[in-house]
Design a protein around this ligand. Structure first.
Ligand code: LP5
Length: 242
């Protein structure tokens, strides 16, 4: 049995190379897996399940083919695609997961997160996150025409890029104490997340027990995925062809 994890692909019409690599990954690697977990920021910006862009329509169709072929699909929201909804899940044949969520991964209690909520020192972002995740705000937003939502998303992206350009690197990384706290709170010894674009495997100690934090990589010049089986786990990468 094989389980794959990916995050932070940031699929966007401006990066056809990443989109091709994504389709190839679904057709080859994910087709051979039993389950695929997508831990957020699959899309550069998701403005609603009625999105009719080529990237949106082709992604849904590719995921549908994959789930029809027998691979179980799970999606978690990221800070770019927190508007992925039940329609998207139904169309792809996947399941939306809460953030955080716990799974038993080959006998190890494993916590899955996107990772943005772990960056507690980034107080400006955490305030924005609270607003963006409010269901009242989301309902009002989704009632607006697609074009207006696209415009708003672009403005938000520009404001965010300007803000992140002025933030210290450590503020935009996870807070170590928060990592220990969430692992303890959920009684897990392994955490898998994305968001920070700092792929690595970190060994730590939680409540006197050895634990691990695995950070998935973002797709840019390389694609990244975590391969898990009864034989162990492996954080893998390979070059994305232009
Ligand atoms: O995304 P990334 O990695 O560059 O930066 C994140 C944090 N920024 C965000 C904002 C997203 O990039 C915005 C994406 C929108 C796409 C979907 C929109 C769908 C809705 C459509 C219409 C709105 O998540 C960034 C973190 C960084 O990660 C590291 O963790 O620092 O946070 C910020 O930059 C936030 C700023 O510090 C403060 C806010 C500035 C913007 C204020 C605009 C207010 C508009 C309110 C609208 C409701």
């Amino acid at each position: 049995m094989t389980v794959l994890f990916i995050s932070d692909l940031h699929l966007d019409e401006k990066r056809p190379d990443i989109f091709r690599a994504f389709l190839h990954f679904l057709e080859q690697d994910a087709r051979r897996a039993d389950s695929l977990y997508v831990l957020g920021d699959l899309f550069e910006a998701w403005v609603g399940d009625d999105d009719d862009s080529n990237i949106a329509l082709q992604s849904v169709a590719a995921f549908r083919q994959l789930s029809d072929s027998g691979t179980e699909l799970f999606f978690m929201h990221g800070n770019r695609d927190f508007l992925l909804g039940q329609d998207f899940a139904n169309q792809t044949g996947g399941t939306l997961l809460d953030d955080p969520c716990t799974i038993d991964l080959f006998g190890i209690p494993t916590l899955l997160m996107h990772g943005d909520s772990l960056c507690t020192a980034d107080t400006e972002y955490q305030q924005l996150r609270q607003q963006l995740r409010s269901s009242q705000w989301q309902q009002q937003l989704l009632a607006q025409p697609l074009a207006a939502r696209r415009e708003l998303a672009q403005q938000l992206r520009m404001a965010s890029s300007e803000a992140t350009g002025n933030k210290a690197e450590d503020i935009m990384d996870v807070t170590p104490d928060e990592v220990v706290k969430v692992l303890q709170d959920h009684d897990c010894t392994r955490l898998i997340h994305g968001h920070t674009h700092r792929p690595a495997r970190h060994q730590l100690t939680v409540a006197g027990k050895p634990a691990e934090r695995i950070v998935l990589g973002d797709w840019d010049t390389n694609l990244w995925y975590l391969h898990a089986s009864a034989d162990g786990i492996d954080l893998q990468q390979r070059a994305i062809a232009l």
